[in-house]
Design a protein around this ligand. Structure first.
Ligand SMILES: Nc1ncnc2c1ncn2[C@@H]1O[C@H](COP(=O)(O)OP(=O)(O)OP(=O)(O)O)[C@@H](O)[C@H]1O
Length: 331
């Protein structure tokens, strides 16, 4: 790894440490993620597979403007360090932008700005799914905001091929962004786990706070079901796959709730076209959830004038609460 000169640490998570570095051969500034050893019970083969999976999935998505681009993957001999080298995106994570914004003003982002950001995320996720990759950990902390306000999805550490066969791992996806079928123990889920997470992000862009900040899995599910109401829960229970879910009999699935969903009440200023996208992404029944490519065909995106001028949020575009971003934003 002499090829890369480490310049600064830019991030750290459970899976590894990310450094900004200079590629001594090309001169390019890159992001080097060094995967931590010993995270999968010290199983060297599993760690090798996890590294290869992350690199392969990133490779399959190469060339998309809203997905961080893979430059190289380097692995030292068995048991040694493993690295994923990516383009360096000079900016904070969307999670940081949301955390550091002014929380009390709503909407957090103007609807038109939230739509611009969602279009980028949906575009990236649609391309990823078309390439046969599920990300499985979509959340604001795994989106980097570039210097011109362009979003890039990163951290493919949990990603995998859609049809690599067999039951998928559970649990995946950070709790607040985890789809109800995952909380109910599904191991046969699909790309809908990513679009559910995008629905949570859309709400968070508008509200400035996580939509479902659950403390435990059951608290998380209860918050989701309270928001979609008895009608939404009933629809999920009518899903043919429901009975096979390991936790289908959980009392939370059978609790009495008001019939209607609460999303309209929670987002009173959101246009009808915007609400259609939000409720479509947050459909509890996985086979009725909007796919990313279908969401992009909704009126909210195709009829740009659907959002009335002047329904601006506290941040009517990126305001300079994270220094160095706002001036360069091109909407
Ligand atoms: N290519 C990149 N350019 C700029 N910053 C990046 C890049 N890749 C990752 N980061 C930053 O580093 C942080 C950690 O990266 P990443 O999420 O891949 O690590 P991780 O160990 O898998 O984290 P976690 O356990 O939180 O999921 C990201 O949240 C992001 O802020």
């Amino acid at each position: 790894m002499d090829r890369y000169e480490c310049l600064a640490k830019i991030g750290e998570g459970a899976a590894g440490v990310v450094h900004m570095a200079r590629d001594r051969i090309t001169g390019e500034t890159v992001a080097v993620k060094r995967l931590r050893g010993g995270i999968i019970g010290g199983d060297a083969e599993e760690e090798e597979n996890a590294w290869l999976r992350e690199a392969r999935c990133l490779d399959a998505c190469r060339g998309h403007p809203h997905i961080v681009e893979l430059r190289a993957a380097h692995g030292e001999s068995r048991g040694g360090c493993r690295y994923v080298v990516m383009e360096y995106v000079d900016g904070p994570s969307l999670g940081r932008v949301l955390r550091e914004g002014k929380k009390k003003q709503r909407p957090f982002f103007a609807e038109a700005e939230a739509r611009r950001l969602m279009r980028q995320l949906l575009d990236g996720v649609a391309a990823m799914h078309a390439a046969g990759v599920m990300h499985r950990d979509i959340k604001p902390d795994n989106v980097v905001v570039g210097p011109r306000g362009g979003l890039k999805i990163c951290d493919f550490g949990m990603s995998r091929d859609v049809d690599s066969g067999g039951a998928y791992t559970s649990p995946v996806v950070t709790l607040w962004y985890r789809a109800p079928e995952l909380i109910l123990g599904s191991r046969e889920y699909d790309e809908g786990v990513d679009t559910w997470a995008l629905g949570c992000i859309m709400a968070e862009l508008l509200a400035g706070a996580p939509l479902f900040p659950g403390r435990t899995e059951m608290d998380q599910l209860n918050r989701v079901f309270d928001t979609v109401g008895a009608g939404g829960v009933e629809e999920m229970r009518s899903w043919p796959g429901f009975a096979r879910l390991p936790r289908a009999e959980s009392a939370i699935c059978h609790r009495a709730r008001p019939p209607g969903g609460r999303l309209r009440e929670m987002f009173p200023e959101l246009s009808a076209a915007g609400l259609d996208v939000l409720t479509g992404l947050l459909a509890c029944r996985p086979d009725r959830r909007l796919a990313a490519a279908d969401a992009l065909r909704c009126a909210w995106f195709t009829e740009a004038d659907a959002v009335p001028a002047g329904c601006g949020g506290a941040h009517g575009g990126f305001t300079p609460y994270v220094s160095g971003i706002a001036d360069a934003i091109v909407v």
